[in-house]
Design a protein around this ligand. Structure first.
Ligand code: NAD
Ligand code: UGA
Length: 360
């Protein structure tokens, strides 16, 4: 680890979430101080006693929230707050827009007003679908990975129609990115945008039967393992993702926050593991195999894998990214970052965490 020249006072909005909790631990271990804002603190229980950590329990939508005061007290602001689960894009599209765009804009504008640097979380969802999915039957080699490898400053975005309201999340994130870019063009905001590619690790979401809501795919499959029930493959589990270990991700984002030599100014970074590509069917099979061979108690009932139509699982308005591979040459070149973990290792560690948390 490179020694720090100076430590930072960091304001992290959304510090109580999956990424925020790991990132706060990483930044504190690097010697920075962190003020974390969130509605929830269940994922950061161990940080609450840390001398470098201050927790502000706050709904940022409250009219009394003094965002500018907190921003003014920080050297750098990280904004992680969003509704980030596809089930919510289908059920509460307006809430997704208001939180992920309107409320996030207030944070950005406080950074403009106070001249503070902003690290804004966006998403790989902004890229949408591949050319191969948008133009079926028209390409010579639709499986060519180059068609699904997305570059921050060059790749066009392909989103579905308005009637597929899943895309309101990607649209809100995209618009936010474009507004930050415009502020940057006018020299009024020093920002860096992070586009995560399916981070995974301990503390990701929650088991669907534990908490009302709609978590991402890992907890659904984990619950099927724990209960010996069904892993449901939406539309046959044909779509692919590149899963990224949360520790690799935190290391990269830590560098982005520290911004050595100012290299991250007005940059967008893909943060992901191109080598960890897997179809959702492959993910289900890998998790079931890990569970059966390494984690299950003898005689435990194993989950079954079944297909389910998207409309039945999510309701109307669902659509999906078919494939998304991050081009990470920018993070490699500017930050010297390289993801280290392979998917099997990450899944085993994450599954062990869930087993321990559920007393198994
Ligand atoms: P998360 O849901 O675990 O974290 C979001 C946090 O924001 C939660 O702790 C939540 O309590 C908090 N929050 C929500 N509304 C709030 C409000 N009104 N006031 C205060 N706090 C509020 O999600 P995450 O996976 O940690 O994602 C963090 C960010 O990264 C999001 O912007 C998300 O869109 C983006 N992202 C994540 C991934 C991923 O792989 N996890 C991928 C792409 C983009
Ligand atoms: C999510 C969210 O959009 C964001 O948090 C973020 O931008 C992105 O992940 C990311 O992590 O990079 P997505 O990958 O579609 O997007 O989220 P999941 O809910 O985990 O779904 C992954 C795939 O599994 C989708 O194809 C979905 O249809 C499928 N799925 C989900 C199943 O087959 N079965 C399930 O039980 C749940």
């Amino acid at each position: 680890m490179v020694a720090l020249e100076s430590t930072l006072r960091i304001l992290s909005l959304g510090a109580g979430g999956f990424i925020g909790s790991h990132l706060a631990s990483h930044l504190l271990a690097r010697g920075h101080t962190v003020t974390g804002v969130d509605i929830h603190s269940d994922k950061i229980g161990e940080l609450l006693e840390h001398p470098g950590f201050t927790f502000v329990r706050q709904d940022i939508r409250d009219t009394g929230f003094e965002v500018e005061r907190l921003v003014a007290e920080a050297d750098v602001v990280i904004d992680l707050i969003a509704y980030a689960n596809p089930g919510l894009y289908l059920r509460q599209p307006l809430d997704v827009f208001h939180l992920n765009f309107t409320e996030n804009m207030k944070i950005a504008e406080a950074c403009v007003a106070r001249g503070r640097r902003l690290v804004q979380f966006s998403s790989c969802e902004v890229y949408g679908k591949t050319v191969a999915r948008a133009a079926p039957g028209k390409l010579i080699d639709p499986e060519d990975p180059a068609l699904a490898t997305f570059r921050e400053d060059e790749t066009d975005f392909i989103l579905g129609p308005v009637s597929k309201h899943r895309w309101i999340y990607a649209s809100a994130k995209q618009l936010l990115e474009r507004v930050l870019h415009a502020y940057g063009l006018e020299g009024r905001l020093d920002y860096t945008i992070v586009r995560p590619f399916n981070f995974i690790g301990p503390k990701i979401d929650y088991l669907p039967s534990d908490t009302p809501g709609f978590p991402r795919v890992f907890p659904h499959f984990m619950e099927a393992c724990l209960k010996g029930t069904q892993m449901k493959l939406v539309d046959g589990g044909r779509n692919r993702r590149c899963y990224t270990d949360i520790e690799d991700a935190a290391a990269c984002i830590g560098l982005i926050v520290e911004n050595p030599g100012g290299v991250c100014a007005r940059q967008i970074f893909n943060v992901g593991s191109p080598k960890n590509e897997v179809s959702i069917r492959g993910l289900a099979e890998l998790m079931r195999d890990l569970y059966a061979t390494k984690l299950a108690r003898p005689g435990a009932r194993l989950p079954s894998i079944v297909d389910v139509p998207a409309r039945e699982f999510y309701g109307p308005g669902y659509d999906d990214s078919d494939r998304r591979i991050p081009d990470i040459s920018k993070a490699r070149t500017l930050l010297g970052w390289e993801p280290r973990y392979d998917l099997r290792e990450t899944l085993e560690r994450t599954m062990r965490h869930y087993l321990a948390a559920n007393g198994s």
